[in-house]
Ligand binder design. Structure first.
Ligand code: ADP
Length: 486
């Protein structure tokens, strides 16, 4: 079985969030299940070196106002097809934002070009390689299934929603420039409240829609979480499937992690303390033994609910606990956490920035990780926390609800607790749960038992890769049945 993944980011090459982790890990996980996956990705400057080692090149002619070439390359165990279109991707700044932090004015054209190239590979093949399935990820890839249908191709397509908040909404004046069939500008097509939505185009044109956790799949059907897509998704309810993300067990492994001072395991938990000491130094925190060291590793945005943590800080501080926060995003939140550090020296430590290696040390050196998201399609940092015995304190929403077992009395008695959940997503509920975590921390035996449960919890890709494979197989079976004479 051959699958073409279409995405705008892929770890470890280009990453702004969890989408990249998934696109980087899924092909390797699928390879073990007999699925040959290739990822089509823009050739950003960070990929120039990889492109230079390319094994095959196919000119695509002009796409979105310039000449484009598709380059095949193998790197980090991933088979890549790089869309080399310098007029769209060879520039400074970020992959979505310019140097001033604004969306690139031609983002619609940039990712339409990626989708166009993917549709061409799906129809014409690449150097004799033809996919059986096209798998589009998020709005950046949403037009790929649409272009396929526009060309009359019935190739099975899967659209994965990593976050419905990003919908690829652009003015209807782009219908022509994006080569969209004007007939598709309707309620049953890519039209969305008087504009174009590439996410909607992908959903409408795909045979199945997946999202990254079962709870988020249910939440997407509601007004509260569907962000205007709930009606459409309700009409596709039977095609909507929640498959949890996994994490890369080699990259996130406390037994081998090169970014922590001493490796540890569930059998040698005492060695976690070397990471804690290093972390305290890094964040200038005062050592303490009878209250947990909490951490946060996050984009600082409204979604992530960190304003609630600011409100709950008095509880954390009054319990003698400490907080190490690494994040970047909204200037208001960045400043507020900087101020909190200044107000509580030695207790609250803030580092504003993006630092992958530091995030490993934080997972290893903290006792608990706080994820108070207002919505969270899957979430990865709580999964790393489980693997590192750093107990997640999470809002009961989306993938957070599906991956953490709250340390309720019943769960403690039956020995299955792996962390803490709170609901509703309010500062009061978060403060109560921080308080609850601090109480459990005082019972070292109970806390250690929960750490061990957390570290045993399966967080790898195995089950999820099986689930994706099953979706692909069903689509191939359906396609075969359609072709077979009645
Ligand atoms: P989202 O994709 O919504 O940002 P996820 O939890 O799914 O949230 O994935 C976030 C990923 O980005 C995780 O791998 C997390 O460790 C990483 N990350 C987020 N912020 C930072 C940061 N400031 N420094 C290092 N890694 C970060």
């Amino acid at each position: 079985m051959r699958v073409l993944l279409v995405a705008s980011e892929c770890a470890p090459f280009v990453k702004t969030g969890g989408l990249a982790d998934v696109v980087g890990a899924l092909p390797k996980a699928l390879a073990g299940k007999g699925v040959e996956a290739r990822v089509i990705l823009p050739c950003y400057p960070a990929l120039r070196g990889v492109a230079e080692k390319g094994t095959a090149k196919i000119p695509l002619g002009r796409i979105q106002g310039g000449t484009a070439t598709l380059i095949a390359a193998e790197e980090e165990g991933i088979s890549l097809l790089l869309l080399d279109a310098p007029h769209l991707f060879e520039r400074g700044g970020g992959i979505y934002l310019d140097e001033a932090g604004r969306d690139w004015a031609d983002n619609a054209q940039r990712f339409a070009a990626l989708s166009e190239a993917a549709a061409r590979v799906a129809i014409d093949g690449f150097d004799g390689w033809f996919p059986d399935i096209l798998h589009a990820h998020d709005w950046q890839a949403g037009l790929a299934p649409w272009y396929l249908r526009q060309r009359g191709s019935g190739l099975p397509c899967v659209m994965t929603i990593h976050n419905i908040a990003f919908q690829g909404v652009f003015g209807s004046d782009l219908i022509g420039p994006l080569n969209l069939d004007p007939k598709g500008y309707s309620v049953s097509g890519y039209e969305f409240w008087g504009k174009i939505s590439t996410m909607k185009a992908g959903i409408v044109a795909s045979n199945r829609v997946t999202t990254v956790s079962p709870t988020y799949a249910r939440e997407l059907l509601s007004n509260e979480f569907g962000m205007g897509m709930e009606g459409l998704l309700q009409s596709r309810k039977t095609d909507l499937i929640g498959i949890l993300n996994g994490i890369d067990l080699d990259v996130w492994n406390p037994e081998t992690d090169p970014d922590i001072p001493e490796n540890y395991s569930a059998r040698a938990l005492n060695r976690k303390s070397a990471s804690r000491t290093a972390l305290e130094k890094r964040f200038a925190l005062t050592p303490a033994v009878d209250a947990p060291l909490f951490c946060v590793i996050s984009r600082l945005t409204e979604q992530k609910g960190l304003d609630l943590l600011l409100q709950a800080l008095p509880t954390l501080v009054s319990r003698g606990a400490r907080l190490a926060l690494l994040g970047t995003g909204d200037k208001g939140l960045e400043d507020a956490f900087r101020r909190a550090s200044a107000q509580h020296p030695g207790i609250v430590g803030t580092i504003i920035g993006y630092d992958e290696r530091l995030s490993h040390l934080m997972q290893a050196g903290s006792d608990a990780i706080i994820v108070p998201s207002r919505f969270e399609p899957c979430g990865l940092t709580q999964l790393y926390g489980l693997r590192y015995g750093t107990l997640p304190v999470v809002a009961r929403t989306g993938g957070l609800a599906d991956t953490v077992i709250d340390a309720s009395d019943a769960a403690m008695k039956s020995g299955c607790a792996t962390g803490f959940q709170f609901a509703p997503t309010t500062a009061e509920a978060l403060a109560d749960t921080i308080d609850r975590a601090c109480n459990l921390f005082l019972d070292r035996k109970a806390w250690t038992a929960v750490m061990r449960n957390a570290m045993r919890h399966p967080v790898g890709w195995d089950a999820s890769a099986d689930a994706y494979r099953a979706v692909f197989q069903t689509l191939l079976d359906e396609a075969r049945q359609r072709k077979a004479p009645a």
